[in-house]
Design a protein around this ligand. Structure first.
Ligand code: ANZ
Length: 833
């Protein structure tokens, strides 16, 4: 065995695990407590690299840990295998996206096996398998049935180069994240999921995750959902039958409204301008054309000059009957609130900027100079917003507002809402930044939307028993983006018959956003091979929610939000009894090189296969686990794989030298070594549960040093404390460097596998520190003896002596002239008087 290389050891144990199915999760009959540990599943682009090595190591360590704690552990792996990169590779190289995808998946699988991951390989899933995406379609139909999936024409971010719709987060500084082309707005009819119905719950339930998810992630989710509270106010429009409603967070300032603004790209603007003069109509059309080229972010940025067109129409202020001129301006967004605002320039900065540009009136209705106001003690005349250019946004007391005068902000808001509700001109309202989830993609490599378009224009679902709607062959299809789905060209696929009515029908040619695939995959792992259900509710009861979810902070918002949303929908359908999918979330840091993220484009990506070739999986795993706290970014140049390899060799050497028999009674062994062993036994569970893997590695190093010392200079390799310590190393190294741990365990004469052998409890007697009895003398006489830690410093020993009551009594009324401390045995106070 001594000549076995790390690679030999690795192959031996990987073979053993595969043959013995060591890491299959226990079934229904297994009554151990359960743990569901999951890493965010990978996208199968290219080979596994350093980033994967660290991301998937952590959940594997945790999964392996819980097996030692007597748990039935589920640690599955799958692939998020639909999506653009496969399609782009297909366009570039003419390859079938299927072939590209599954070839990459095979490479990933081999890579993960070589890396020693303890996955339950019987549960593997790929979202691009019809057996999987069939259930995306099922999910879509469930949402559709409940009014949570709907079609709507709306303006979307459009990349004219890639000819595709972009999600908001794919637009960076107004440009396409992928190709850099300027993004424009375009109106398309698309499918949406009504996530906004769940906005309140998605926001409120974040509070329950505090302490279990990184605070930063919770905050990002809160901001993304962005709840504002205020009122909806109805304004009559001259020459229009129906009133127009606006959302305002400051209904208290209604008396200060001096004009009214609609989003140029809202339907309302087009309608209102249709009654205006030809000149204004033309000006409006020009304006609209420029606005449509802008992004939402540009439109909201406060430092741009204000632009707009007066529509020659008027709104009537419900509180005082005043006529407010109606403008179209791009700072008002079509899809926030109602796409129109009452403008209060004295108290809103954007309204003020606009009013100053177009010389519209500004009326102060909040006096911020009153006692307790934002500008208490200042002179209101000097704060004139028209002159200063600064809106008075702070608190104060109402003025020029009739019955509201003298009230503070919250009282004025409450009073206004009450009055409006009584007169039917308004009501309390809240608004969310969160938008409905646009799930339509005009691309090939995704889940076909299971809907049929009949000749009369109605859109009907494909019956559940007709699922899956599988993708047609890619042959003959042009995948290059052109604004409509490539599936449209698959004539014989598109033309079908509605099995319910027997009528001819056309298939919907859009495919689903891949975030749909990943919104529920953690449930599919519970019954991955079922053709009866998406997941078995009984299995969900046993396993879910996920106890420990690991992934990058890049998924802090969308993936997690969508998974939370779908979980709540499934909960409301009665299929699961929890409504948050991930009980604990860990965001691991990145591997960086010279301070920068490793990436393909920078050419500094280290591939996993190269690293495994060097020293094998265990040294890499140990090196990475030791590199620093899980949440921190790790500098690759600071990771020492060769150092880790040396340590693992030392581990095996002390194992080989151990000569006491299996089961030897350790109680007569070296007490110093036993103390190190038992302190580690006591601390390791906490270290692993707090993901302090680097500290665990440091403590293992300390223990191996201790073993070495005992073998070399103590009672030698036959000391039973050496065996106890070496077995402890095998047990606690296993989550991190499992092949070496298995080998050590076996060489120590134990039966394989070490992977689920329970960690013994520490012996409390070995956790107490060494103590000694110290004599305290006052004036040469022993006045007290105190029990102290053997390692106490002189200063601490003197302080301990002084704090003893008997010593204090003996010192009373005496002057201390000198203190002689001989740590840890004697303290002598020389006294006078
Ligand atoms: C009058 C007012 C007076 C407002 C005042 C603010 C201050 P948040 O907090 O982000 O929800 N608003 C409403 N709909 C809008 C739209 N579609 N595009 C741009 N702005 C819009 O912002 C709510 C406030 O933003 C609303 O309250 C409205 O202006 C504006 F002293 O109404 B406020």
């Amino acid at each position: 065995t001594e000549t076995m290389s790390a690679h030999d050891i690795q192959h031996k144990w990987q073979k053993y695990w595969a043959e013995n199915e060591t890491f299959l999760a226990g079934g229904a009959e297994d009554d151990r407590p359960r743990k569901y540990i999951l890493g965010m599943f990978p996208y199968p682009s290219g080979d596994l690299h350093m980033g994967h090595a660290i991301n998937y190591l952590y959940p594997d360590i945790v999964a392996r840990y819980w097996r030692h704690r007597g748990h039935n552990v589920l640690n599955p792996i799958g692939w998020d295998s639909f999506g653009l990169p496969a399609e782009n590779a297909a366009i570039k190289r003419g390859a079938d996206p299927r072939e590209w995808t599954y070839k990459n998946i095979d490479q990933h699988k081999a890579g993960f096996r070589g890396y020693g991951m303890s996955y339950d390989w019987s549960r593997v899933l790929h979202t691009s398998d019809p057996e999987y995406y069939r259930w995306n379609q099922w999910l879509f139909l469930q949402l559709h049935e409940r009014g949570l999936a709907y079609r709507r024409k709306s303006s979307v971010n459009w990349c004219p180069n890639d000819q595709t719709v972009l999600a908001n987060e794919q637009v960076v500084d107004g440009r396409c994240e992928r190709c850099g082309a300027e993004v424009v707005k375009k109106k398309l009819t698309q499918w949406y999921f009504k996530i906004t119905d769940y906005a309140d719950r998605l926001l409120d339930d974040l509070d329950g995750l505090e302490g279990h998810w990184p605070h930063k992630v919770l905050q990002m989710q809160r901001n993304w959902i962005g709840r504002s509270t205020g009122a909806d106010v109805d304004f009559r429009i001259e020459g229009r039958e129906e009133p127009v409603t606006v959302f305002s967070t400051r209904p208290d300032t209604l008396h200060g409204a001096t004009f009214f603004v609609v989003a140029p790209d809202a339907d309302l603007a087009a309608e209102l301008v249709s009654g205006a003069s030809a000149e204004v109509r033309a000006r409006f059309e020009d304006y609209l054309a420029t606005v449509q080229k802008q992004t939402e972010i540009e439109r909201q940025s406060t430092d741009r000059p204000k632009t707009g067109v007066f529509l020659e129409r008027y709104a009537i202020n419900p509180v005082n009957g005043e006529r407010l001129p109606i403008w179209a301006a791009d700072y008002v967004l079509a899809d926030y609130g109602h796409g129109a605002v009452m403008a209060v320039p004295a108290h809103d900065q954007r309204d003020l900027d606009f009013a100053r540009t177009f010389e519209l009136p500004v009326r102060i209705v909040v006096d911020t100079t009153v006692d307790g106001g934002a500008n208490a003690g200042e002179d209101l005349a000097e704060l004139d917003p028209v002159a200063t250019g600064k809106a008075l946004v702070g608190t104060g007391s109402m003025t020029g507002s009739g019955e509201l005068d003298g009230l503070d902000k919250s009282a004025a808001i409450a009073s206004t809402i009450e009055r409006m509700e009584a007169s039917g001109t308004g009501r309390s309202a809240k608004n969310f930044r969160l938008r409905d989830w646009l799930i339509s993609r005009q691309r090939f490599w995704g889940t076909p939307i299971p809907m049929l378009h009949l000749q009369d224009g109605t859109v009907v679902p494909v019956p559940e028993d007709r699922l899956p709607v599988t993708l047609p062959s890619v042959e003959g299809l042009d995948l290059r983006p052109k604004g409509t789905s490539p599936l449209g060209a698959a004539e014989s696929w598109v033309r079908t018959v509605d099995s319910t009515s027997g009528e001819p029908a056309l298939r919907d040619t859009d495919t689903m956003d891949t975030f749909v695939d990943s919104s529920w995959y953690f449930l599919r792992f519970l019954s991955p091979n079922s053709d009866q259900f998406a997941f078995d509710p009984e299995e969900a009861k046993r396993w879910a929610p996920v106890d420990g979810y690991f992934g990058g902070v890049e998924h802090a918002i969308l993936h997690l939000l969508y998974a939370r949303f779908i979980t709540k929908v499934l909960h409301d359908m009665g299929l699961i009894d929890f409504d948050e999918p991930f009980t604990n979330l860990v965001n691991q840091g990145m591997v960086i090189m010279d301070g920068a993220k490793m990436s393909k484009s920078k050419g500094n990506l280290v591939e996993l296969s190269d690293l495994l070739g060097q020293y094998g999986a265990d040294a890499l795993r140990l090196g990475l686990a030791f590199a620093g706290p899980v949440e921190d970014d790790k500098e690759w140049n600071g990771v020492s794989i060769s150092g880790a390899h040396k340590f693992l060799s030392r581990v095996l050497r002390v194992g080989d030298e151990t000569s006491s028999p299996v089961g030897a009674d350790a109680s007569a062994g070296d007490i110093g070594l036993r103390r190190i062993t038992h302190r580690l036994l006591a601390d390791a569970p906490g270290l692993l549960e707090q993901t302090k893997f680097n500290v665990l590695v440091a403590r293992l190093m300390e223990l191996v040093n201790g073993i070495r010392k005992t073998i070399d200079s103590g009672a030698g390799a036959a000391d039973p404390a050496v065996r106890e310590a070496a077995e402890t190393v095998a047990l606690m190294l296993e989550p991190i460097s499992p092949h070496t741990a298995e080998e050590l365990w076996e060489r120590l004469g134990n039966e394989a596998s070490v992977s689920a052998v329970p960690w013994p409890d520490a012996d409390p007697a070995l956790l107490v520190e060494d103590t000694v009895i110290c004599a305290v003398q006052v004036g040469g006489k022993v006045r007290a003896t105190i029990e102290v830690s053997a390692g106490l410093s002189e200063a601490d020993l003197e302080a301990a002596a002084r704090s003893d009551e008997r010593v204090q009594r003996a010192l009373e009324g005496k002057e201390i002239v000198r203190v002689i401390v001989r740590a840890p045995k004697i303290v002598n106070f020389a006294v006078k008087g």
